[in-house]
Every structure is written in C-alpha cells, then in structure tokens.
Design a protein around this ligand. Structure first.
Ligand SMILES: [Zn+2]
Ligand SMILES: [Zn+2]
Length: 502
C-alpha cells in the first residue's frame, strides 16, 4: 500500500515543483517586459503573463485541495496534461527571455523595438503562443478546476469523433492523433501532415488537446469536408496567414492600399475559433472584421461577389472555392408526440421560434443546442451578445436545422446528417431547459457544462403560457425583414476591430 501511494505522491511533488518553477519564470519575464516600447495590440505578453500566473496559482490550489490529484488522473487526464503543458510553457518562456532585454537594461537590443524587425516578429509569434496557452489552460481548468474530461467540442460530429477515439483524455500525442484523424478524413503523408500539425497545434507542444481540436474544427467547418476545407483555405490559399497579429495585418495591407479588394485572413486570437479578415476598402482604408460564425468559404465567396475580397494578399488570382459549396446537410429535428401535444395545448407549435413567435426555428446554437430562428439570432448577436439568449452559454457555433411538420403526423424525424442521434437527445434536453418539461421524455445525462438554470430544477410540468427565456437585455423583435443578406450586413456594419475593441 505504501508503494501504491508513493507513485502519486512522487508525481504530485514533481508537479508542484514544476508549477512553482514556471510561476517564478513568468514573474521574471513580466519584469523583463515592462518597457513601454513593447506595448502592442493583443496578444500582449505584458497582459498575458500575469493572467497565466494567476490561473496556474488557482490550478495549484485546486490540486492541493483535492489532495494530490483532483479530477480524473488516468492517461491523458489532468496530471498528464500538466506535465506537457508546464514543460512547454517553460520552454517557450525561455525563448521569450532570450529575446527580451535583461532586467534593468533598457538600452539592450534596438532591433526589438523596431516594428517589423525579425526579433519583433519572433516575439509576436511567441506572444500568440502564450495567448493560446492561456486560453487552453482556462478552458481545461476553468477557475483552476480540471474539467478536460467533460469539455464540450462545439461541432457535434467533431465531439463524437474525439470522445469515441480518445475517450476522456484531453490530450493526445500528435502521431496518435494523426492516425486517428486519418480514419475519418483522408490526408496525404509527408509535408501535408506536417502543415496540418502546425495549424492544429496552437501551443506548439507536439500534442493535440481537445481544446485545440475544438478551435480547428470551428475554423475549418463543416466537418464532412474538414481537411478539404483546410487544404483549400489554408494550404493553397494565398490570403491565409497563420500566426499573424492585428498590427501585422495592418502593416502587411499597407503595401496594397492602392489596390482595393486586397485581403488576408487569419485565425482571430481574441475570439479563438473565429476568423479575422483584413481588407483594403474601396476608399483605400484598411479594415479588419470578424465575420459572424459561418464556414469561412461562404464568407469569402460572399465577400468576393460583393467586391470586398478580390485579391488575396494583393494577388490577382482569387482561388475558386465553389467546390466547397455543396448543399449543406440540414439537421432534422425530432420531436416526441407528447411534446407536440403539449405545444398544441398551449396554442403554440414546436417549430415556432420562442423569441419572436413569428418565424420557425431554423438554427441551432452550439454547443448548448438551443433552437431559434436565424433572424432572432442575427439580431441578438448584432446587439453584441455572444451568449445564448436561453442559457447564456457562450455562442461558439451555429448550425442550420429544419423542422418538418407533416399534416396529421408528429414532426418528421429524418436522418440526414450523420450526427442525428446526438442532436435529438440534445434537443430534448434543451427543450426541457426552456421550461417546457415533458414528463415522458427519457431522462438525460446531466449537462455538466451548462450552468444550472431555473425551471429545470423544479421538474414540474408547466402549463399556461410558455415560459419565455429570461433575456439579459430586451431583445428587440425583428420587424424589418432583412432576409437574404443578414449575415453579411451584420458583418459589414459591426466591423469588430480586433485588438482595438477588445
Ligand atoms: Zn425568432
Ligand atoms: Zn443555450
């Protein structure tokens, strides 16, 4: 028994030492970063270092409180993750330390303070990696508590893939991950695989975490053509820029100021999983925008039609993305007979959007799964809200759905999308959370990633008017029909300027 206890204890003290060492290193880097000439738009090391430190302290506290563990300790669990994470953080921290002037020396290397210099570029890339590492740690250890085994990937089929292939692990070595991914998506060997690794492995750790996979599958959605999308949008597209910051995009587009329609795009670092597109407007100004959540090829094609995105990185030839434009398989929603009866009794229908009570539900918020109509979602997001109006979970994705009602029959359930079963159960769950509890719905496993909300805990059958979601701010009912071009309008008018508004 002593021997059995010794292993985790030994491991625990190793982990504590690594945590302590890393926090000290970050403190030293912070002191080295104080020079105001190093100020930049996000990601900024000066902001990131103390935030990573704080999170690490919380992780450390939570691990101690749990008595040498806390959370699942199996392979690919919290302990394994921290070993890889801390070693990587230490390695990247040392790289930063060699670039920065030593403490107390402001005269050091002039090159570092020149925008666009080689050293400055290296520092910007490291800052991006730190930004990703901060986001990853926060996602897998919210408030210090490990929850990687319960992490919910935004896109349902990607989530199903990870949990089927990797179980409760939150981290997989690259080689293993690559072979698992190949079982679902064709991938050439050699340089293509290396390029893929550099796109997915945001923290450059040699491992893929469930968080990194979530970001990748959001950026390169939809899932059925995931690697095809990636090839056309990243590998072969001159407009794609990996590891570029807001400032660098501004600088790069300066060259094309006299060529309106020039554009480049990069994964956003402040809204991970979304794209930031920089372009030269018809007036010759440089704008950067984060378009609403949709597959990137759709955004680029629409921008091309409207004359915004014509010359990728200033080049005359715009790659043809139309081959990605297939009919999107809408997910079909299944509703139980009892649910239908209940809605009828309340003089409503299942498919009616419960926010405007005008249009039918045609979009699903991810990852929580709540349904509403796309006009209400556009209005809601336009008011700059990034959380679900029903449950306030972060809106990380959206998926078109259709609810078909055949006369005299319950809503038709059809299996078009392969991930149908996951969504049906999800739907039931979420209809419940909306306060329309139906006794006959089979019990569902608790959604640990959702914050508890009111009506569900009462468990009773509600009659009378539908319980409307509690909205944080009144949602203006969309009376004006802006139909077809809603996503684009939301995009061009909001002009989220990354790095300046956040
Ligand atoms: Zn609506
Ligand atoms: Zn929700």
């Amino acid at each position: 028994m002593a021997a059995a206890a010794a292993a985790p204890r030994g491991r625990q003290s190793g982990e504590n030492r690594a945590l302590g060492r890393t926090v000290k290193l970050l403190e030293r880097l912070e002191a080295q970063c104080r020079d105001p000439r190093l100020t930049s738009s996000p990601p900024s090391l000066r902001d990131l270092l103390p935030r990573i430190e704080e999170l690490l302290r919380k992780v450390s506290q939570a691990r101690r409180a749990a008595g040498g563990g806390g959370g699942p300790e199996g392979p690919g669990g919290a302990g394994d993750f921290l070993v890889i994470y801390l070693a990587n953080l230490e390695a990247k921290g040392k790289q930063v330390a060699t670039l920065l002037p030593p403490r107390g020396r402001v005269d050091a290397n002039d090159e570092l303070f020149r925008e666009g210099s080689r050293l400055r570029r290296q520092l910007a890339k490291l800052a991006l990696i730190f930004s990703h590492m901060h986001a990853e740690l926060g996602a897998l250890f919210p408030d210090g508590q490990y929850s990687g085994h319960m992490y919910q990937i935004t896109k349902a089929p990607a989530h199903a893939f990870w949990r089927e292939c990797c179980g409760t692990r939150c981290l997989v070595p690259w080689a293993e991950f690559e072979s698992l991914l190949r079982t679902r998506h064709p991938l050439e060997v050699g340089s293509t695989a290396l390029a893929l690794r550099s796109t997915i492995d945001l923290t450059c750790s040699g491992h893929i975490s469930i968080f990194e996979f979530d970001i990748f599958t959001r950026l390169f959605q939809p899932w059925p053509t995931l690697l095809k999308n990636w090839e056309l949008l990243a590998v072969n597209h001159p407009g794609y820029m990996a590891f570029l910051t807001y400032d660098e995009v501004q600088a790069r587009l300066q060259t094309y100021r006299d060529k309106p329609g020039s554009y480049i795009f990069r994964p956003s670092c402040t809204r991970l999983g979304q794209w930031a597109i920089g372009y030269v407007s018809s007036e010759g100004s440089i704008l950067q925008t984060i378009p609403p959540i949709r597959p990137l090829f759709q955004v680029l094609l629409e921008g091309q039609r409207k004359g915004f995105y014509l010359y990728p990185d200033g080049k005359n030839h715009n790659p043809d993305l139309t081959e990605l434009l297939r009919v999107e398989p809408h997910q079909h929603i299944q509703v139980s007979e009892e649910q239908l009866q209940l809605y009828w009794a309340m003089d409503s229908t299942f498919e009616l959007c419960k926010i405007c009570a005008e249009s039918n539900k045609d979009v699903k918020i991810e990852p929580c799964g709540h349904l509403l109509c796309s006009r209400c979602l556009a209005t809601w997001q336009h008011s700059d809200s990034q959380t679900c109006p029903f449950c306030r979970c972060q809106i990380k994705g959206r998926e078109p759905v259709s609810v078909h009602q055949l006369p005299g029959r319950p809503v038709e359930a059809r299996s078009v999308a392969s991930e149908d079963s996951w969504d049906s159960s999800d739907l039931n769950d979420n209809e419940e959370t909306m306060g329309q509890v139906v006794p006959s719905v089979p019990p569902l496993p608790p959604r640990l990633d959702l914050p508890p909300i009111g009506p569900r805990s009462t468990g009773g059958l509600k009659v009378g008017p539908l319980a409307l979601p509690r909205l944080r701010a009144p949602l203006p009912l969309p009376k004006i029909r802006t139909v077809a071009s809603v996503p684009w309008e939301a995009n061009s008018s909001s002009q989220a300027r990354e790095g300046h508004t956040e």
